[in-house]
Write a protein of this length. Structure first.
Length: 227
C-alpha cells in the first residue's frame, strides 16, 4: 500500500513559497527572538549582563589581535535608593528607562550600552583610548545632569557616578576582572562626592583624538569575518 504524500514536503527546486520552508522560517524567527530576549534587559531594552560578558570577551580578543585598546565605563545612578523609597518603584523604573534613552543619544553605534543590574549600567567602547573613553563618560554624565526626569507635577533631577578604564593587549585579564577593576574607579567616584568621572590619570598619555586612519583600518578589518 502506497503511503499518501505529505503535502508539507512538496517543495520543488526553485519554488520559494512552500509550507515546509515557511515552517522553517517561522522556527528560525522564533529562535532569533528567543536569543534576543535572552540578551536583553526587559525594562530598558538595553543589552543585559549576559550579553555584556560575551561582548567584552570579543572586544578584548580583538584588542589582543589589533593592539587597539578597549574602553569600559561603569555607571551607578546616585542616591537611587532614595528614588525608590520616596518616589516609589514605578518612578524608579521610569528613571532607569529615562537614563537608558538619554545615554543612547550619546554613545556611538559601535558602542555597547548594557544594564549591568539594578541601577548600574556599563558601556563597552571598542577601539577607544582612555582619554576618549573619559570624554564619552563626561558627555554621558552631563547629558543626565541636564535631563531631569519629567513628572506630573514637577521633575526629578538625576545624576550618576562613572568609573573608566581601558584594556591593553599586553594585559592578562578576564572580562570579569576587567569589570571589577573598572568598578574600583566607579567606587572612587562615589566616595569623592558622586556625579563625577574617575579613572587612572597616569594612563592618559595622548590627547582625546579620534582613532588614526591606520587604527580604523585595523579595527574594521577584524570586526567581521571575511567571506
Amino acid at each position: 500500500m502506497t503511503k499518501p504524500a505529505d503535502p508539507t514536503l512538496d517543495c520543488p527546486i526553485g519554488q520559494v513559497e512552500c509550507s515546509l520552508l515557511q515552517e522553517i522560517r517561522g522556527l528560525r524567527t522564533e529562535v532569533e527572538q528567543l536569543a534576543r530576549l535572552s540578551q536583553t534587559d526587559p525594562l530598558t531594552g538595553l543589552f543585559n549582563f549576559r550579553y555584556l560578558i560575551d561582548a567584552l570577551h570579543r572586544e578584548m580578543e580583538r584588542t589582543r589581535r589589533t593592539g587597539l585598546t578597549t574602553g569600559l565605563i561603569m555607571i551607578d545612578l546616585d542616591h537611587f535608593k532614595y528614588v525608590n523609597d520616596i518616589r516609589g518603584h514605578q518612578v524608579g523604573n521610569r528613571a532607569l528607562q529615562w537614563c537608558a534613552a538619554r545615554w543612547l543619544e550619546v554613545v556611538r553605534k559601535i558602542d555597547v550600552l548594557c544594564r549591568f543590574g539594578g541601577e548600574e549600567f556599563t558601556v563597552i567602547l571598542p577601539a577607544t583610548r582612555l582619554a576618549q573613553a573619559v570624554r564619552v563618560a563626561e558627555r554621558l554624565r552631563e547629558k543626565l545632569e541636564i535631563s531631569p526626569l519629567p513628572l506630573n507635577p514637577g521633575e526629578l533631577p538625576l545624576t550618576a557616578s562613572f568609573g573608566v578604564d581601558v584594556f591593553r593587549a599586553n594585559e592578562e585579564l578576564s572580562p570579569e576582572t576587567f569589570v571589577e577593576r573598572t568598578d574600583g574607579f566607579l567606587l572612587a567616584a562615589k566616595n569623592q562626592g558622586r556625579n563625577r568621572v574617575c579613572y587612572e590619570e597616569s594612563k592618559v598619555l595622548r590627547p582625546a583624538t579620534e582613532v588614526t586612519p591606520d587604527e580604523r583600518i585595523a579595527f574594521f578589518a577584524t570586526r567581521w569575518p571575511r567571506e
